[in-house]
Design a protein. Structure first.
Ligand code: GAR
Length: 182
């Protein structure tokens, strides 16, 4: 599930992860072009096209189920999902977050890490539970913060760490090498 440029999706594909389908909550984003070029089934399912959140989430879940996916990986998906959606994929849905959770849940993590005077930052892959950015952590990758870092330069290095870490996490889950959440 994506919302934007899809650099993590590209890394996942380059790593040889079998991706059955890609759903974006925004149309016209780069990640959909990457998926299309790879011959993957895609759907842009925008919240505004539906009367309510339940109908929107049902459409996304229906697409994912019809594609026969057994793991749902959020890769830059920027909308909050309801408990009902998460329950539907219980134990089969993971997220990638650009911080060392539990630090800096939510948005603007790089600027906030710099403002807080942190010495290191990074990214986290975790199982999803209804509480935002709070599910059991699967793996983290750390990035040292440099004195000259801006949010932009820090984001670039964290993104590179994401590209190394997340495809391997997905492979490990699919190979049964990661404990499932309780
Ligand atoms: C990534 O840095 C990802 O960790 C972040 O969005 C970016 C997406 O980049 N996700 C979140 O902030 C989720 N809350 P991408 O579209 O190039 O993969």
């Amino acid at each position: 599930m994506i919302s934007g440029k899809g650099s993590n999706l590209a890394a996942i594909l380059e790593a040889g992860v079998p991706v059955k389908a890609v759903v974006s909550n925004r149309s016209g984003v780069g990640g959909l072009d990457i998926a299309r070029a790879a011959g993957i089934q895609i759907a842009a399912i925008e919240r505004k096209a539906f009367a309510g959140r339940t109908e929107w989430e049902d459409a996304m879940a229906g697409f994912i189920e019809a594609a026969g996916c057994n793991l749902v990986a959020l890769a830059g998906f920027m909308r909050i999902l309801s408990g009902a959606f998460i329950d539907r994929f219980k134990g089969r849905i993971v997220n990638l977050h650009p911080s060392l959770l539990p630090d800096f849940k939510g948005l603007d993590t790089h600027a906030r890490a710099l403002a807080a005077g942190k010495k290191e930052h990074g990214c986290t892959a975790h199982w999803i539970i209804p509480e935002l950015d709070e599910g059991p952590i699967i793996r983290q990758a750390k990035v040292k913060i440099r004195p000259e870092d801006t949010p932009q330069t820090l984001q670039e290095r964290v993104l590179a760490a994401e590209h190394m870490m997340y495809p391997q996490v997905i492979k490990d889950i699919l190979a049964g090498r990661v404990d499932l959440p309780e």
